[in-house]
Design a protein around this ligand. Structure first.
Ligand code: 5CA
Length: 153
């Protein structure tokens, strides 16, 4: 069964976002960049972490590795990568398709400043074969994200 839950959620909002399906798959940032034909840095990784028992989301450019220490400073607690079940319960979506907003629960979102350097970026649309294009400033607004330096250098 094809579940288009994110698209159903979008239809209830004024986000004005259009989802594109790629049968070849967009499960990883590399897959997504290849499918879209964009720079891997333009792919938004929506990474779920747990900070003192509470899930948080980090939106990170596909060109960058998240610095967990920086995320911990922002969260004010030590962080660890969420396991697959935790990520699914917190966001409503399975890893590989976790969108940057429209989550099942209200999650704090942190956004990699480097994403603002692109005219447009692409993020997961709830499934491992679907993404959507968005201006990074609009992404920040819709995800209510706090912009920070998140990359490991
Ligand atoms: N659809 C693509 C591009 S938008 C995507 O969702 N990429 S992602 O980076 O946001 O999601 C994949 C990430 O999930 C991986 O980078 C990795 O950090 C995480 N991940 C993969 N497998 C697991 C797992 N078993 N447990 C926890 N996290 C995982």
């Amino acid at each position: 069964m094809t579940v288009k839950r994110f698209e159903s959620w979008l239809a209830t909002t004024e986000a004005g976002v259009t989802v594109k399906e790629f049968p070849e798959g967009t499960r990883t940032a590399t897959d997504a960049a290849r499918a879209v034909g964009c720079d891997v840095g333009q792919i938004v990784k929506s990474l779920v972490f747990v900070a003192a028992g509470k899930p948080v989301v980090a939106l990170v450019s596909g060109a960058n590795r998240l610095d967990e220490g920086r995320l911990a400073s922002l969260a004010g607690e030590p962080v660890a990568k969420a396991d697959a079940d935790t990520a699914r319960v917190a966001t409503g979506y399975a890893i590989g398709g976790v969108p940057p907003f429209g989550h099942a629960t209200d999650l704090p979102v942190f956004m990699d400043r480097d994403l603002l350097g692109y005219e447009v970026v692409w993020a997961a649309a709830g499934r491992p074969d679907s993404v959507f294009e968005i201006e990074p400033e609009r992404l920040r607004e819709l995800s209510n994200a706090k912009v920070s330096d998140l990359k490991s250098i």
